[in-house]
Design a protein around this ligand. Structure first.
Ligand code: AOF
Ligand code: ZN
Length: 354
């Protein structure tokens, strides 16, 4: 017989289907079970649209609807209690008469934060919390950062050779295999914005798109403090939403937004990082993927402004070139796996581990 943990894992699998579509909202999955039969399942599919619980209830066949009065709702996140872009899920649970609710994580959103659990219990509903809590926390780490730090979740990503180089100096250097590139395009799809520094924009002339994966394209961001990027650069093709941190360039821009910045001296060291994070927060961007180069990555590390590091390592040697940054002391290794001949490792901050 499946356990509560088994059903919760199913909720997580459903929740993950929302990756790339729901940020800065959490990924949430819900399963309705009666006598070990799944009556309905659902997940939060798109930002601003129906929550997981609503989709799970609508997924129940009309003939099974009365069984909800004896069913258990498994939900990866505490159901909401507030009117946001959608009405409270707690009202739905009460209306359908669902007598039991099993949750992985309480919602850190101050509008919810335990209030729903209290309301459900007050209405006589059995509520079981903290089922696979750590897994749920890891799944929704970007949402926790967004709510608790009030800024986007910062993911630093780089690919390095077996001997720790990002590439040959001054030239675009492929490091990982085409198979691994699919994974990095998936990461781009699941992020809301991608950032590169001036030198990477000049040397690699990247498109920063997600053409090798499926889903929404992220906002492209490049640093160009001195307006050195040639108008022929892919990042200045105005094809998709793009932010350039630097002086406005002449042109009839539709998708490109320039952020001329105040003089450095007035704002102290690395002033632009907090400026950018603030603008991203205002634009409701929940995940920032920092793709390099070495300088930009190091600035985030030195400021201790990162939530996650994703490192791709190839088995090949370069012997010389631009040195890769070092993973900071205290980072906690959370994932390690192979994609073809490359190795993928993911670290988070120690304090993000429940
Ligand atoms: C749930 N189930 O599937 C999700 C929840 O603007 P709204 O109405 O979409 O509300 C967004 C907030 O609702 C979000 O910040 C988080 O607290 C919660 N997300 N809650 O019951 C869901 N996605
Ligand atoms: Zn809800």
């Amino acid at each position: 017989m499946p356990t509560a943990e088994d059903y919760m894992r199913r909720c997580f699998a459903l929740a993950r289907l929302g990756a790339g579509w729901v940020s800065p909202n959490p990924m949430v999955g819900a399963v309705l079970v009666h006598n070990d039969r799944i009556l309905g399942e659902g997940w939060h599919q798109r930002y601003g649209e129906a929550h997981a619980e609503v989709n799970a209830v609508s997924n129940v066949a009309p003939a099974d609807r009365p069984l909800l009065r004896q069913a258990t709702l498994y939900c990866s996140l505490e159901p909401c209690a507030h009117y946001g872009k959608t009405p409270p899920c707690v009202d739905l649970i009460l209306r359908e008469g669902i007598p039991e609710v099993v949750i992985a994580n309480t919602d850190p959103n101050p509008l919810v934060a335990g209030k729903s659990i209290a309301r459900l219990r007050a209405a006589g509903i059995r509520v079981c919390t903290s089922v696979l809590e750590a897994e749920g926390r890891y799944l929704n780490r970007a949402f926790f950062t967004h709510i608790q730090q009030r800024r986007p979740h910062v993911v630093l990503k780089w690919a390095q050779s077996a001997d720790g180089f990002l590439g040959r100096t001054g030239e675009r250097t492929p490091i990982t295999s085409p198979l691994t590139q699919r994974l990095t395009h998936r990461w781009r799809t699941e992020a809301d914005a991608i950032l590169v520094g001036t030198r990477t924009a000049l040397i690699d002339n990247p498109r920063l798109d997600n053409r090798l994966y499926f889903g929404p394209a992220p906002l492209r961001i490049a640093l160009d403090f001195e307006g050195k990027l040639p108008l022929s650069a892919c990042l200045l093709d105005d094809s998709v939403p793009t932010w350039i941190l630097g002086p406005e360039r002449l042109g009839n821009w539709q998708n490109t937004r320039f952020w001329p910045l105040p003089p450095r001296e007035a704002n102290g060291r690395r002033w632009w990082v907090s400026f950018l994070l603030e603008k991203l927060r205002e634009a409701e961007k929940g995940i920032l993927l920092v793709e390099g180069g070495a300088d930009v990555l190091r600035q985030f590390i030195e400021l201790d402004c990162w939530d996650e590091i994703r490192l791709l390592q190839s088995p090949h040697y370069l012997y010389a070139g631009v040195e890769a940054p070092r993973v900071p002391m205290g980072a906690v290794l959370r994932e390690a796996y192979r994609v073809g001949d490359d190795t993928v490792r993911v670290w988070t901050r120690a304090e993000a581990t429940p």
